[in-house]
Design a protein around this ligand. Structure first.
Ligand code: SF4
Length: 153
């Protein structure tokens, strides 16, 4: 299961399959990470610096994070895509096709001028989370989505 949590400052990714429930994150920021709460992650409970440090303690990289850099990422099921925006300017896109087997992610791209900000990962996670919430399989075929969803380190 893939989940993405966002504030104006911070974007946090959680891959449940990598979580070994060692609770280092909980120890680092108990007000942010509370396994008894739903959703168990609430980024509004602590400063971004505290959350960032807690995530650095995660031994499996089930949790990772990036700063948002003012970039907004939106999911659009009708258009079968997620898109990233800097103000009005589109700076990235992840496209999928609905098939009987699931949502096939076939294209992920970000403006090279916006590289290194985790935008492509945000785009892929937005689609993956939406598919999983809808009870649909996610089938990554573009190389970036495969890397993020299957072999993320
Ligand atoms: S520190 Fe990482 S592996 Fe441990 S409970 Fe938190 S997310 Fe899971």
């Amino acid at each position: 299961m893939h989940r993405i949590y966002e504030t104006d400052d911070l974007v946090v990714f959680w891959d449940s399959e990598k979580c070994r429930h060692q609770k280092k994150c909980v120890g680092g920021s108990p007000r942010t990470f509370d396994p008894q709460r739903r959703p168990w992650i609430d980024l509004n409970k602590a400063p971004a610096s505290e959350i960032w440090q807690a995530i650095e303690q995660c031994p499996t990289r089930a949790l990772t994070c990036v700063y948002s850099h003012g970039i907004r990422v939106e999911f659009d099921e009708e258009q079968c895509r997620s898109a990233a925006y800097d103000g009005d300017r589109q700076v990235g896109e992840c496209d999928f096709q609905k098939t009987p087997e699931g949502w096939v992610i076939y294209h992920t791209e970000t403006d090279p001028a916006y590289g290194g900000k985790g935008i492509a990962k945000r785009l892929v996670y937005k689609v993956a989370e939406a598919a999983e919430r809808a009870g649909v399989n996610v089938i990554p075929t573009c190389s970036y989505a495969v890397k993020v969803l299957k072999k993320e380190s």
